[in-house]
Ligand binder design. Structure first.
Ligand code: NDP
Length: 490
């Protein structure tokens, strides 16, 4: 099969596209139409070698640049990203199947925001100095070297920005492997970096599947791996990284709870539940797929949730700006999510709405699934325990605060959580007891550059965004200075 425009996407190494020698390629499809979009060259032995060589050379140059200069260059990339917002948003829409309405507002903008944040922080990094008797020591924050970024398919450009921003700001170089389902976002970012004046080799993009990711995690010249993906893959990446004792950042999956108390603003709570289940057609790691609703408002909540889900969600061609709900990333993922829906039915959950795949008139061949709400769910159902990564909300009834906190925490994962309540003391008291890396109170899903994000328990290791993340891309060197004659017993 040939893509309509005969496009072949190459690996991006040392400031330019580079052809492989194996001739091996793979296909990328539009999830909303099932059409072949383009083919991509795999990173073979030759590409991998030149990627490492160029990142090594670039590290010598980039790490020596004054931080203020790195900052200035990265800020040019921020302007370039914002200038190209609509063009990049369209690329993300075609690759991921999510609505252009979203990618135009969020995907590129939140990537640019994080790059801006870390570019501004770069010159603020300092060491410390302390006298110790007659002598003294000082510390230097030094970059790690070549970092690897491995991304998931749900926010391709944004994930590439979130990983490269702190890495490059701190003086590292990065080799990034996007998901083979969505390889264009990271490639576009690489072009933006070059246009902005980032030296060739500072950000290389290699394409391929698991095997290319595994090569990166096991490579002796790579100092750190920042990974976004499933818990199971994260485990493999950690194992691979252990061979050379690499530093790792892991942004993994979740099964996050939303706690709706009886004093909550019901409409706002429904907004939170819908945002946290149906935005990006449910393909978001922090989704609050377990919605615990207090018994006193349970029935009213369900009536309005059903009305709003059935009336306000517009599914169809993601390129149409009125569409606010898109297609699943692939046929396989569509089938996986449908499998969970079948399991939910089989295990006795009741369908409030949705529960089927469907073909909108404007995109009849896409991998669409209806926004689905199961009610009267119990904690042990498969749909309440495993990450689905699709538009499937499970609603559970609760009676008191301690009970719901215990049930919310009864998960191996701990990425995010939400509390809906007008009682300020209760909201904070509950948030403090929830085992999650991110807790939203009367809000859901917003992730500004300033706020650290990452998971408790099996949802992750380390953080992205926020001031602390910059330190995770440096290592501290202590320099001890002897001021008096060195005495020795020898
Ligand atoms: P995967 O874990 O399947 O893949 C993630 C990336 O890892 C892809 O680039 C993949 O390559 C690569 N990969 C696969 N196997 C290996 C391996 N053995 N070694 C190194 N790399 C490998 O995740 P998905 O892409 O399916 O993304 C969905 C998952 O990501 C969900 O679990 C979701 O919760 C999580 N996620 C977490 C976020 C967070 O911030 N916590 C944010 C977004 C998503 P390829 O796909 O090309 O085979």
């Amino acid at each position: 099969m040939k893509p309509k425009n005969n496009e072949t996407l190459l690996n991006f190494i040392d400031g330019d596209f580079a052809a492989n020698q194996s001739g091996k390629t793979f296909d990328v499809f539009n999830p909303a139409t099932g059409e072949l979009l383009y083919v991509v060259e795999e990173a073979d032995k030759h590409i991998r070698e030149i990627a490492i060589d160029s990142a090594k050379r670039a590290f010598k140059l980039w790490s020596q640049r004054p931080a203020v200069e790195r900052s200035r260059i990265l800020l040019c990339a921020v302007s370039e990203l914002r200038k190209r917002n609509n063009e990049l948003a369209r690329i993300e829409c075609l690759d991921t199947g999510k609505p252009l309405q979203e990618t135009t507002e969020v995907d590129v903008a939140t990537g640019a925001d994080v790059l801006e944040f870390f570019a501004c922080l770069a010159p603020t990094q300092t060491g410390q100095q302390q006298s110790v008797g007659d002598d003294f020591y000082y510390t230097r924050k030094e970059p790690l070297g070549i970092c690897a970024g491995i991304g998931a398919w749900n926010y391709p450009l944004q994930i590439a920005c979130w990983k490269s921003a702190p890495a490059l700001a701190a003086g590292n170089t990065m080799i990034f492997k996007p998901s083979e389902k969505t390889p264009r976002g990271a490639t576009e970012l690489a072009k933006v970096f070059i246009d902005a004046g980032v030296p060739p080799g500072v950000f290389n993009v290699v394409h391929g599947e698991a095997e290319v990711g595994a090569w990166l995690t096991g490579h002796k010249d790579i100092a750190k791996v920042s990974f976004t993906g499933e818990v199971g893959t994260g485990r493999k990446v950690m194992e691979g990284s252990a061979s050379t004792l690499k530093d790792v950042t892991m942004e993994l999956g979740g099964k996050s709870p939303l706690l709706v108390f009886d004093d909550a603003d019901i409409e706002e709570a429904i907004s939170g539940a819908m945002l946290g289940n149906f935005y990006s057609q449910g393909e978001v790691c922090t989704n609050c797929t377990r919605v615990y609703v207090h018994d006193a408002i349970y029935d009213t909540f369900l009536v309005r949730l059903k009305e709003r889900t059935e009336q306000n969600i517009i599914t169809g061609d993601p390129l149409d700006l009125s569409t606010n709900f898109g297609a699943m990333i692939s046929k396989e993922h569509h089938d996986l999510v449908m499998g969970y829906i079948q399991k939910g039915k089989f295990e006795g959950a009741k369908l409030l709405t949705g529960g089927d795949s469907f073909s909108p008139d404007s995109a009849p061949k896409g991998y669409f699934i209806q926004p689905t709400v199961f009610i009267d769910c119990t904690d042990n159902m498969t749909i309440c325990r495993e990450e689905i990564f699709g538009p499937v909300m499970s609603v559970l009834r609760f009676y008191d605060e301690d009970e719901v906190i215990r049930r919310a925490n009864d998960s191996a994962m701990g990425l995010a959580a939400g509390v809906m309540s007008k009682d300020i003391r209760r909201a904070h008291r509950v948030a403090q007891q929830l085992q999650a890396g991110i807790c939203w109170i009367n809000s859901y899903g917003t992730s500004p550059a300033e706020m650290p994000v990452g998971g408790f328990k099996m949802s992750g290791v380390g953080r992205e965004n926020g001031i602390e993340t910059l330190d995770q891309y440096t290592q501290t060197k202590s320099v001890y200075v002897g001021m008096i004659k060195l005495e020795s017993p020898f």
